[in-house]
Design a protein around this ligand. Structure first.
Ligand code: NAP
Length: 313
């Protein structure tokens, strides 16, 4: 087996601690060599740096970085890493704009480094079986319901409300990453309504209507104001009955009632992401699909903007 990929994790917030560190520790393809963050301190007595420039300055041997910062600052860090020839794992969304992701792809090609735009929800257990089951079905419609309580899931994350922070599209793009994977035909936005709190830049709720190239309607309802039961559900109506994906893609129920997968949550997804990152690096390629980000960008282009009551955490 080849030597482990020496990896630094940058942006030590919730997802870095909850998912990246355990997935890296369990994967023999990777060796964590440093962490980088403006605040906090070392992990397991490993070298710790306040920014990527200090990491480079240290001369530490690094092969790859995983970027877990908010999207607004990700491109500059990724470009600096690629210029070093380091492979880059981008947390989702891969950037704050489409153009910056394209420039990163070009930089990766120029340096020969691998760029991986990760979509963790695509690694939920039900997603690939759903894609396979839908491949030869007649699809009549699809409905996405992604309603969660922002106070529970994103406490103190001011960046999410700033321009480029995506608001409710931060979770909503996960749904779009699944739908773009499981439906057999491309689709496009026809209508969108965005509810934006009067004291914030990013939407707290969004309702989207799409059509696929065969005219099939796809509807999405994203809402950050959900109290009580939380919903991360996709229902696809077919000629054989409804396919249901619940728990963010982890639980698949087919029309005959069988449940071929069971919920595992995010813990089931990150090992798959790191396996993919290692495969992409070893193959000397990149994996960058901007389809989910394109739909979010289109919602900002086409959407009607409704000002709603201020959001106070
Ligand atoms: P978070 O808890 O706010 O962590 C982000 C970290 O990035 C912060 O702790 C901060 O650490 C660092 N950072 C660097 N520059 C920053 C800036 N200008 N403003 C704010 N923080 C900055 O966020 P998170 O939930 O981990 O999410 C990070 C990314 O992962 C997002 O793109 C999100 O969509 C994605 N993600 C999150 C989850 C989840 O469940 N939370 C799941 C999957 C993916 P320092 O202050 O120490 O630099």
């Amino acid at each position: 087996m080849s030597a482990p990929i020496r990896l630094a994790v940058i942006g030590m917030g919730k997802i870095a601690h909850d998912q990246h560190l355990p997935a890296i520790a369990a994967d023999p393809d990777f060796q964590l060599v440093a962490t980088v963050s403006r605040h906090g301190g070392p992990v397991d007595d490993l070298p710790f740096f306040p920014n990527i420039e200090a990491l480079i300055e240290s001369g530490l041997a690094v092969d790859a970085v995983a970027l877990c910062t908010p999207p607004q600052v990700r491109r500059a860090i990724a470009a600096t890493a690629l210029a070093q020839g380091w492979h880059v794992f981008l947390e989702k969304p891969p950037g704050a704009t489409l153009a910056e992701v394209v420039t990163l792809e070009e930089a990766a090609r120029a340096t020969g480094a691998s760029l991986f735009a990760s979509w963790h929800s695509r690694y939920a257990k039900g997603v690939e079986p759903a894609r396979a089951w839908l491949a030869d079905r007649r699809i009549d419609s699809a409905t996405v319901t992604w309603r969660e309580d922002v106070r529970v899931w994103h406490p103190g994350q001011e960046w999410i409300w700033a321009a480029g922070g995506f608001g409710v599209f931060d979770p909503g793009i996960n749904a779009l990453s699944i739908v773009t994977r499981i439906l057999p035909r491309p689709f496009f936005l026809t209508e969108a309504a965005l509810d934006v709190p009067s004291n914030r830049q990013a939407p707290i709720a969004a309702r989207l209507q799409f059509r696929d190239t065969a005219g099939v309607a796809i509807a999405a309802d994203f809402d950050f104001r959900q109290e009580g039961p939380q919903h991360w559900d996709i229902v696809v109506e077919t000629d054989r009955g409804p396919l249901r994906l619940a728990d963010g893609g982890a639980t698949l129920t087919l029309p005959d009632g069988s449940v071929p997968t069971a919920a595992e949550g995010l813990h089931g997804e990150y090992p798959g992401l790191y396996a993919r990152f290692a495969a992409v690096i070893r193959a000397g390629t990149s994996d960058v699909d901007v389809a989910p980000l394109r739909h979010v960008a289109d919602a900002f282009l086409l959407g009607h903007r409704n000002l709603v009551e201020p959001f106070v955490e």
